[in-house]
Design a protein around this ligand. Structure first.
Ligand SMILES: C[S@@+](CC[C@H](N)C(=O)[O-])C[C@H]1O[C@@H](n2cnc3c(N)ncnc32)[C@H](O)[C@@H]1O
Length: 293
């Protein structure tokens, strides 16, 4: 293989299975992505059959593991679809196979889609959430929890006004779950750590791509896992949401996208945010054809 290098603030046009091997080892700080879901959107950018999904994704996750720094994180936004009235198992199988590849399955954040369509199904309710799996390469990784703190909320004022005796000591759970809390610890606090559920509305304004995630989704993970100047990779860049999020937060982005029209769409949006930075990356890149042995 020729020299491996990485161009930042740039969207590579092509198949990530071919482009990722051209990147150097341990060169990105965070990966946030939403790959094509199994068999979805066959008519737009192709789909992978559910029974082939794990086999298709594993070489990609192996490359992602190689290019991620040891202290980095990988956020995989995905949801198993329903076939013949049953949820598919390929996402669960993928997680188990990725663990065998050496990834640590650190967390499963839940993206609650606040504005999902109402509907009626005979055997389930409307689907209002997706996984954001958090994989890491090691137990100690970069995480800036203070960057995603949330306001304490109005409820606290009333609850903390009159503290009982139990509120002043650590109150062990009455259900014997082993959890305990000291309510008085919250006194005087304005900001608290969030939960692992992100309540975000789906993107409805982007009519040019059929599977866009909300800008706040990559922004939340970028704040949590990176610092200014760090490099964020999205190997399934689509309309460029991850790149926009990275730019807005002063990080660098690297994208890969199979469809030329989406590369152009993303570049147009990015240019509007920061013309000088993007001007140079307007020409899309295609991996040079390798000679067959
Ligand atoms: C679910 S969409 C990503 C949407 C993106 N998160 C956004 O907000 O616009 C998946 C994208 O992956 C692209 N894609 C599919 N297979 C690919 C491959 N092998 N390499 C790179 N991109 C691919 C599709 O064209 C599609 O735009």
């Amino acid at each position: 293989m020729s020299e491996q290098r990485l161009r930042t603030n740039f969207i590579y046009h092509g198949d990530c299975r071919e482009i990722l091997p051209t990147f150097p080892d341990e060169c990105v700080d965070l990966i946030v992505t939403s790959p094509p879901y199994a068999d979805r959107r066959k008519n737009t950018y192709g789909g992978v059959p559910p029974e082939k999904y794990v086999e298709w994704f594993l070489p990609i996750s192996a490359e992602l593991k190689r290019v991620l720094k040891p202290t980095g994180s990988f956020i995989l936004n995905i949801k198993e679809r329903v076939v013949n009235g049953e949820r598919g198992t390929y996402v669960i199988e993928l997680v188990l196979e990725m663990r065998k590849q050496g990834w640590l399955w650190t967390e499963d954040y839940c993206w609650h889609k606040k504005n999902c369509y109402p509907g009626k199904w005979p055997n389930r309710f409307r689907d209002a959430w997706e996984h954001c799996y958090h994989f890491t390469k090691q137990k100690v990784f970069k995480m800036y929890q203070e960057a995603v703190m949330v306001p304490m909320g109005d409820w606290a004022e009333k609850r903390l006004k009159k503290l009982s005796q139990t509120d002043l000591v650590r109150d062990e759970s009455r259900s014997k779950s082993g959890f305990g809390k000291r309510v008085a610890n919250w006194l005087g606090r304005e900001w608290v750590y969030p939960t692992n559920v992100l309540h975000l509305a789906t993107e409805v304004s982007n009519k040019n791509h059929s599977a866009v995630f909300p800008l706040e989704l990559p922004m939340w993970f970028i704040r949590l896992f990176t610092q200014e100047g760090d490099i964020v990779l999205d190997p399934f860049m689509g309309s460029g949401t991850t790149a926009r999020a990275a730019l807005k937060l002063g990080r660098q982005y690297v994208g890969i996208e199979l469809c030329k029209e989406y590369v152009e769409l993303a570049n147009r949006t990015l240019q509007a945010i920061q013309p000088s930075l993007i001007a140079e990356s307007q020409t899309s890149y295609t991996v040079p054809k390798r000679k067959r042995k």
